[in-house]
Write a protein that binds this ligand. Structure first.
Ligand code: URA
Length: 435
């Protein structure tokens, strides 16, 4: 087999065989296929697309390019969850302990934030001493003992995707649906899940800006799931405004704990219940989402959901008191409020601008190596649709340096739009896609 023939075949709209795709992934991972040929192939895919069969083959080949986690020693159906990323998206911090409290084993690998979209692993480090790097045995044993562990992604998972993603980033080929879908699904499959719940974000603060794009991506991922025998459900949810009120690591952890206790923001609570109840159905624990939702609401009200997070924090080296006394989490020195200049209704909150402001404060990173400040960020007081009077607080900024506060204020100028009226409700969940 020759890579040049596969590039030509794809350039001319042909379909690669399973063997050709395996050859391409193996060759690219071991270095025998150079970047320039892989770039040409990725660009051919960008223009010509891939069939569902090719996309499934690419996913499995990338999943098999490195270490694969074997979760078979854990009892039950392992349901993983993945978000395509957004601003204020602390869903995993709530969903993981919540569904674990219901009885679904959660052995989850999560990422760090990059750019304006935050990462679960950074947020968890707001608990002093919390260890995100664990040996495979510690990770599995913790899930056997308490039902949940969330750790950082193993360095040796899907090396083919790591290399190809970096290449796509610099060759203008990131935005190819079969490549995005196979990239995400290969990591989920290598992480060992039996079933996968995908939260595909859409809007100003998300990777996918239109519902059509989000739906195309969701359909492609659900199709891959079916093809490789993993039940996959995609929820397409709104990311035009931040999720919940808090943006920034420790601030989001506090909001996640409040949500686990049943006192969370309406949108975050709704998303968590929608995702969590579907995970319970996929895990075979309940017959339908209504039953799942009721179970999760009971776990929130009884305090068992919060207790499960506390158990996880303790098991991974933190102090469980931090969960019950949120004033022990990192706190910023400067608290600054921004108020409304006019009466009206909040008609839009630019999630991307709020995300950028949080990065400027130090809550996120622009390069993978940048240190972050866990205490800083923003807390919204109003969401889209809320009525506001001139002088009322729109957002509280938590900062540790005056200059960074000034920079963040500049970054979020115009982020809140106030109008005399609003045109209808913006849905939180646009669509659920199942095979
Ligand atoms: N996230 C991924 O993991 N891969 C992509 O290609 C795009 C987003």
């Amino acid at each position: 087999m020759r890579m040049v023939d596969m590039i030509a075949k794809k350039r001319d709209g042909g379909e690669l065989t399973t063997e050709e795709i395996q050859f391409l992934v193996t060759g690219y991972t071991d270095g025998s296929i150079p970047d320039y040929q892989m770039s040409a192939w990725a660009m051919a895919v960008f223009f010509r697309g891939m069939t569902a069969r090719e996309t499934g083959d690419l996913t499995l080949a990338m999943a098999g390019s490195g270490e694969q986690l074997d979760l078979s020693s854990l009892q039950g159906i392992k349901v993983d969850k993945h978000s395509t990323g957004g601003v204020g998206d602390k869903t995993t911090l709530v969903v993981a302990p919540l569904v674990a409290a219901a009885g679904i084993p959660v052995a989850k690998m999560s990422g760090r934030g990059l750019g304006y979209s935050g990462g679960t692993i950074d947020k968890l480090e707001s608990f002093a001493g919390f260890e995100v790097e664990r040996t495979r045995e510690q990770f599995l044993q913790q899930v056997r003992d308490i039902g949940v562990s969330v750790i950082g992604q193993s360095g040796n998972l899907t090396p083919a995707d790591k290399k190809l993603y970096a290449l796509r980033d610099v060759t203008a080929t990131v935005e190819a649906v079969p490549l995005i879908a196979s990239s995400i699904m290969s990591k989920k499959i290598a992480a060992g899940a039996d079933a996968i719940l995908l939260d595909v974000k859409v809007g100003k603060g998300a990777f996918m800006k239109s519902i059509e794009e989000a739906e195309t991506l969701a359909n492609a991922m659900v199709a891959i799931g079916s093809q490789v025998g993993r039940k996959t459900v995609a929820v397409i949810s709104d990311m035009n405004q931040p999720l919940g009120f808090a943006v920034g690591n420790a601030l989001e952890v506090k909001e996640a704990v409040e949500t686990l206790a049943g006192r969370g923001p309406r949108d975050l609570t709704e998303l968590v219940l929608s995702i969590g109840s579907r995970m319970l159905v996929m895990g075979g624990l309940v017959g339908d989402v209504e039953e799942g939702r009721k179970k999760l609401e009971d776990l929130m009200a009884s305090g068992k959901a919060v207790d499960k997070l506390a158990e996880m924090v303790e098991a991974q080296g933190g102090n469980k008191q931090d969960v019950y006394d949120l004033s022990r989490l990192p706190q910023a020195k400067i608290i600054h409020t921004v108020t409304a200049e006019q009466d009206g209704f909040v008609s839009a909150i630019d999630a991307e601008a709020i995300g950028h402001a949080s990065v400027v404060l130090g809550a996120g990173r622009l390069t993978k190596e940048m240190p972050i400040d866990l205490a800083v960020g923003l807390v919204l007081h109003k969401k889209r649709g809320d009525q506001v009077k001139a002088g009322e607080v729109l957002v509280t900024i938590h900062a540790n340096e005056d200059q960074l506060l000034k920079n963040a204020l500049k970054e979020m100028e115009g982020a809140f739009q106030i109008s005399t009226a609003i045109d209808g409700e913006q849905p939180l969940i646009y669509k659920i896609i199942e095979a």
